[in-house]
Ligand binder design. Structure first.
Ligand SMILES: Cc1cc2nc3c(=O)[nH]c(=O)nc-3n(C[C@H](O)[C@H](O)[C@H](O)COP(=O)(O)O)c2cc1C
Length: 361
């Protein structure tokens, strides 16, 4: 039904407006008595084979919603009710900011892809923290980034401000240094800048949450050179980082079915979805080769099917995340993907999906 609605109506509407309206409808629906519970009963992953232990938690399934969909932590309960095993909110910045001028999100339907230059539009860390303070059960990560107007010299203070506010309410924290839409942000992936940043954010988390150690992860770009990926992997070990998310969107525009002219006309931004899959998988494989199972790897980038998720898990990902696959797949997609993934685990004669992690590495 969603596919019909998508082909008849949704694909003709501006991408950001469609997102805003459908997310608002979903949030409104779960406020109605009994709806959230009914959705959970219908959609939540229940197969015992799908249960995963990661980042100090037990998750009902390995598929999570990637950052950017619920930037302000407005609809976590609704998103978990659709069957995601976990939800990552953000990117949240220390100060509220409007993001880039619209339009800033575009569908490349033929490529099952999106281009976005949202630019971290969000209400700021204090507002997100207030909402998360009333969160319910389920695993929720908080993804933090740099406020646009803050110069690089003050980036650490900006990140630690967000960490301090959000760590007490999050099950894990992600330092996002890989969005292409905040000038200079990706430069922070250089290890001589990343080391002091991650060390300070770790300290801020420990100060803000003294009795519960909040796992800390870093999210990296697919456009890094191999040597830089290796350097970040080594840094993760050096600092005792809990995980790496690979990857964010790409600035590349290769291998697209959409015409060059049409793509150029859309302008700058990060490309996500199917065309990103091969590179994200390659980055994941490189991390796994360097790290083995010592650091938790979360795969993101072009995951649209159970085959995609299974391949990432076998390549070394403990968890997987998606954004674009959800946009094209609709509200029934997380449930479908988890169901098909459980069938794969059973077909492989495994008792648990955890036994498949890194099987191909
Ligand atoms: C519209 C849009 C907004 C996004 N915003 C963020 C963000 O704020 N922070 C972040 O870390 N990643 C953001 N992402 C990247 C996704 O979290 C994900 O890493 C990337 O899109 C690759 O996964 P996908 O191919 O499943 O979409 C955004 C992606 C899209 C499409």
């Amino acid at each position: 039904m969603y596919r019909l609605l998508y082909w008849l109506v949704l694909r003709w509407l501006p991408a950001e407006a469609t997102h805003r309206v459908s997310f608002a409808l979903l949030r409104a629906a779960v406020v109605l008595p009994g709806v959230a519970r009914a959705l959970e009963r219908l959609c939540a992953p229940r197969a015992p084979e799908l249960r995963v232990h990661a980042l100090g938690r037990e998750l009902p399934g390995p598929l999570g919603l990637a950052a950017g969909f619920d930037k302000d932590a407005r609809g976590v309960r609704a998103l978990l009710a659709l069957g995601f095993g976990f939800v990552e909110v953000g990117t949240v910045t220390a100060e509220p900011q409007p993001g880039n001028p619209r339009p800033r999100m575009f569908r490349l339907t033929r490529d099952r892809a999106l281009i976005n230059r949202m630019g971290f539009n969000n209400d700021g860390a204090a507002a997100a923290a207030r909402r998360l303070a009333h969160r319910g059960a389920g695993t929720i990560g908080a993804n933090i980034g740099k406020t646009r107007r803050v110069p690089e010299a003050e980036a650490i203070a900006d990140f630690t401000d967000s960490a301090r506010r959000l760590a007490p309410h999050a099950d894990y924290l992600v330092v996002n240094v890989s969005s292409p839409n905040t000038p200079g942000l990706r430069d922070l992936q250089a290890v001589d800048k990343l080391r002091p940043l991650l060390t300070s954010v770790r300290a801020a988390c420990d100060l803000a949450s003294p009795t519960r150690r909040v796992p800390l992860l870093v999210k990296i770009a697919p456009d890094l050179a191999d040597a830089d990926i290796d350097a970040i992997a080594d840094l993760a070990l050096e600092l005792g980082l809990d995980g790496i998310i690979a990857t964010n969107t790409t600035i590349a525009r290769t291998g697209l079915a959409t015409s060059d002219a049409a793509v150029t006309a859309l302008g700058a931004g990060g490309l996500s979805g199917a065309p990103l899959a091969a590179r994200s998988l390659a980055v994941l494989r490189r991390l796994r080769a360097r790290l083995g199972g010592r650091v938790t790897l979360i795969a993101a980038g072009g995951i649209a099917t159970a085959d995609d998720a299974w391949q990432r898990i076998r390549a070394g990902a403990t968890l997987v995340q998606a954004y674009t696959g959800f946009i094209y797949g609709g509200p029934g997609w997380p449930r479908r993907l988890h169901r098909e993934l459980a069938a794969k685990v059973r077909a492989a004669h495994l008792a648990s999906i955890e036994q498949a992690i890194g099987a191909d590495a």
